[in-house]
Design a protein around this ligand. Structure first.
Ligand code: ADP
Length: 874
């Protein structure tokens, strides 16, 4: 029976250990894949499938990719949901006697990518773990491309609540990969539909062989500590399980010490606001609802950072608004100073302009994949720090001062890199040309030899001429004999004893000397030796950098924070924002507020005031036609509140804001077909979430409720939701509610805290003009047909709709047959009587609802004119 070749045996042994991944097996300049892997890869990567003799009767299916282009192929495989293991040659093929040693050096999965060519520099790439047991959830997440590592623990009383909070964290973190215990793994589909990304990998800890019992030990060992007290998680077992599981998985796949993970931060301690999926989506924090694009989102507006690190940080701030007044004011103070010191801020931003992604360079240090060009980038980045520190040290508010103190100039590292690394070093670290002259005497000597070999030979030739007195002696070179000393036959007898004859030609003799031989060896081997010593020296530099990872990391973090603060200040300056005053009286009082994104899209944005409190102005019911600006107004209040709580200035003339614990939104209709839910079901789910979780300190934004069902059903639900929220025994949250159910305006006066508002529109014949101004008092007209007219519905349809509306308005749609009511026959005496009765009642109601105190003379005139027309119609 035929047997596998030794190399194939080696492959099969490895494949047995890594059977759930695609194994990229290094063979010279290629990474090859075999058997089933080859078939998958050739299909997914569109590369040719060939075969290779493997010792068996049939060839092994094979395909391969060149080593220098492997990143692109890995990216493709990972984005299609595969895991990839990289198997490298561990011994130099030139020096190996038998089979080259090979082993897997890393398993790459969607959540463990570190290659900057694959990653989006403006976003973190997180892998997340989750453990559910005893109704509690421990979770942890890490970005190994930057070294950040977090953990949290959700300890609500029911498993449902804990899972719900966990899913909110999932939305905030947007991981690319999960490892979950069995109890959480059953939510796989839910997670997939929440994140709406294709390349998410969700695996189960039990099938990965990860043990909860080893979790704590994994953390203690990694951080080299006796207890987890220093990370404040010693008494948080669920956190420890999740973080320890993640650490085990990372160590297993990365086969690396992960030295750049120097810290674990506890991140679930009620110091930041939880944003659920619909709020994040509806407020368009990181992408727009319609196109899903970044342009038009809040992050697009606020991210004026100069570095990738800053960009990631501001994004994280945005989805994690603060809850503690002191924390918010620290940031606001810093933004304030940077806002006022325009020149200094721009100096800082200019300096930040040349700062590379130090966090991701650090992960390369840790992975040993750092090259000389990365060193130059690091050096150039660090060289910018003195200017930044100088500018920042003149500020005296706490946060900036603290940042300035923490900003380590890393002068020793800069000096090391300045002294050692060649400015135009190549990317490869084994090909030489990376260490500067003057750094290492041996490297200098060897470089000198290979660069000046001609000179050395001429020098020796001169010396030999002088010593022997042979004037026509010359040193030559040929491939077979190498360097030789040539003298003419006539002088052959006078050469010194040390000359060893090598070749006799017709007219001359060729010799070598020990000195010439040594020189020759040195010249030929100088280049090779130099490359090796340069590599060793580079490895030493890398080791020094590795020892200083946490210092460099701290500096990177400080730079990212300064960048983010400066970005908020720049944005505030450019867009005319003001500093919000954080109060504790429960008010949200905004003068001339604007929607930060919409104001950038339209030329004449109309600012609006708003007042909400915990007493008389808790529930704001907003009526008005479609397109009038209701959603914009409500969202602008949500966004202004959120911006303030991330420490940003806000688009308004002034803003006095109390901290809200959550912002909830239910906006517009959206079918969630992926999870098989109808519009109405999605809507009701969102409402249920709000009613279960909102507190009196929350801000709720409801843009229509109950539109997905019959009018009466919908109205009843909306009415009862308003009652429930308004009741301080239940919630009592500050709420903005836009609705087409004019009936709800009757709640003002009935329920404490309800106030009606509407958006002013002007009618011009058949058309309406939107004034975008919010005014006190409700409206009882929808202008739906006018808006449809603006949208370009055929005139015939519009006119008929008007006719039908008129008839329906005059009848009681619940008691009569609609088809007969809208028929072209108006002389049914019974109907006519009913029409006039209803119409009269409506006019009386309208009069009753007038708030005379807030009526301007112009509004009064308009009202009289409208009532007059309606009375004439009866
Ligand atoms: P509604 O919710 O009442 O249907 P929207 O809030 O969606 O209306 O507003 C419709 C459009 O009107 C927006 O897309 C925007 O272009 C414009 N708009 C809204 N509010 C304002 C405003 N205050 N100033 C200027 N334009 C506005």
């Amino acid at each position: 029976m035929s047997e596998l070749t030794p190399m194939m045996r080696q492959y099969m042994d490895l494949k047995e250990k890594y059977n759930d991944v695609i194994l990229l097996f290094r063979l010279g300049d290629f990474y090859e894949m075999f058997f089933e892997d080859a078939k998958i890869a050739s299909r997914e990567l569109e590369i040719v499938l060939t075969g290779r003799d493997c010792g068996l009767a049939e060839k092994a299916p094979m395909c391969g990719v060149p080593y220098h282009a492997v990143d692109g192929y890995i990216n493709k495989l990972i984005s299609k949901g595969y895991k990839v293991a990289i198997c490298e040659q561990l011994t130099d093929p030139a020096e190996s006697k038998g089979l080259v040693e090979r082993d897997v050096t890393r398993v790459i999965t969607p959540g463990t990518i570190i290659e900057s060519s694959i990653l989006d520099e403006k976003e973190n790439n997180y892998i997340m773990s989750g453990f559910l047991f005893d109704n509690k959830v421990g979770f942890s997440y890490a970005d190994i491309s930057t070294g950040s590592f977090f953990t949290g623990e959700i300890t609500t009383d029911t498993s449902e609540n804990s899972v719900e909070s966990f899913l909110n964290e999932v939305i905030r973190i947007q991981p690319k990969e999960f490892i979950l215990n069995d109890a959480l793994y059953i939510y796989e589909n839910k997670i997939n539909s929440l994140l709406k990304q294709d390349n998410i990998l969700i695996e189960c800890t039990s099938s990965l062989g990860i043990e909860k019992e080893l979790a704590k030990e994994a953390l203690l060992k990694h951080f080299d500590v006796e207890s987890l007290e220093c990370f404040s998680i010693e008494d948080k077992p669920y956190s420890v399980y999740a973080a320890g599981a993640l650490m085990q998985y990372l160590k297993k796949t990365q086969k690396n010490d992960l030295n750049h993970i120097t810290d674990i931060k506890y991140c679930y301690d009620n110091t930041y606001m939880i944003l659920d999926a619909s709020t994040r989506r509806n407020l368009e924090l990181t992408s727009t609802i319609r196109e899903g694009s970044k342009k038009g989102s809040l992050v697009w507006l606020l991210d004026k950072t100069k570095t990738a690190m800053g960009s990631r940080m501001i994004r994280n701030w945005l989805v994690q608004p603060l809850l503690i007044e002191k924390h918010i004011n620290l940031r606001l103070d810093a933004v304030n100073e940077l806002f006022e010191e325009n020149t200094k801020r721009e100096e800082i931003r200019d300096a930040l302009n040349g700062v590379y992604d130090i966090e991701r360079i650090i992960s390369k240090i840790s992975y040993g994949s750092l090259d000389a060009r990365n060193c130059i980038s690091l050096k150039q980045s660090l060289q910018k720090i003195p200017a930044i520190k100088k500018a920042i040290s003149t500020f005296d508010r706490d946060m900036l001062k603290n940042l300035s103190d923490k900003l380590d100039l890393l002068e020793d590292i800069v000096k090391l890199l300045e002294d050692s690394i060649e400015e135009n070093a190549p990317a490869g670290i084994k090909d030489g040309g990376i260490i500067k002259l003057g750094y290492n005497a041996e490297i200098d000597r060897l470089k000198n030899i290979s660069q000046n070999s001609k000179e050395y030979i001429l020098k020796l030739e001169k010396k030999e001429k002088e010593e022997t007195g042979i004037k026509n002696l010359r040193i030559g070179y040929n491939r077979v004999f190498g360097y030789y000393i040539e003298v003419t036959r006539s002088n052959a007898d006078v050469v010194p004893y040390r000359y060893q004859r090598r070749q006799t030609l017709a007219n001359s003799e060729r010799f070598i000397t020990p000195e010439l031989k040594q020189l020759e060896d040195e010249i030929i081997s100088a280049e090779e030796t130099c490359k090796k010593i340069e590599y060793l020296e580079f490895a030493k530099i890398r080791a020094i950098l590795c020892d200083n990872i946490s210092r460099i990391q701290q500096t990177a973090n400080v730079l990212a924070t300064i960048d983010s603060l400066a970005s908020l200040a720049k944005c505030a300056y450019d867009n005319g924002y003001v500093r919000p005053q954080i109060t504790d009286d429960g008010h949200i009082k905004i003068a001339k507020g604007r929607h930060p994104v919409v104001e950038r899209m339209v030329s004449d944005f109309v600012a609006n005031d708003s007042l909400m409190d915990t007493a008389e102005n808790r529930m704001i019911i907003i009526t008005g036609p479609n397109m009038a600006g209701k959603s914009t107004f409500m969202r602008q209040i949500g966004l202004i509140t959120l911006m303030a709580q991330i420490g940003s200035f806000v688009p308004a003339e002034s803003a006095n804001l109390s901290i809200v614990d959550r912002i909830f939104t239910r906006v517009g209709a959206s079918d969630d077909l992926a999870s098989g839910q109808s519009t109405f079901m999605v809507e009701m789910n969102e409402v249920a979430n709000i009613l279960h979780n909102a507190t009196s300190k929350s801000l709720i934004i409801l843009d229509e409720i109950g539109r997905g069902t019959s009018t009466l059903d919908g109205l009843s639900i909306a009415w009862s939701v308003v009652e429930f929220i308004c009741n301080t025994d239940n919630i009592g949250a500050k709420t903005l509610f836009a609705t087409h159910y004019h009936e709800l305006t009757e709640l003002e006066g009935l329920l404490p805290g309800v106030k009606n508002y509407s958006v002013i529109v002007k009618e011009y014949g058949d058309d309406i003009i939107f004034l975008r101004k919010i005014k006190r008092g409700g409206t009882n007209k929808s202008f739906g047909i006018e808006v449809a007219n603006l949208a370009g519905l055929p005139k015939e349809v519009i006119n008929r709709a008007k006719e039908i509306l008129k008839k329906l308005e005059q009848s009681d749609i619940n008691n009569i047959d609609i088809s007969s009511a809208v028929a072209d026959n108006n002389d049914n005496p019974h109907q006519l009587a009913m029409f006039s009765e209803n119409a009269e009642k409506e006019i009386l109601d309208a009069l009753k609802n007038v708030n005379v105190d807030s009526l301007t003379p112009l509004d009064a005139l308009n009202l009289i004119s409208e009532l007059n027309i309606r009375v004439k119609r009866i």
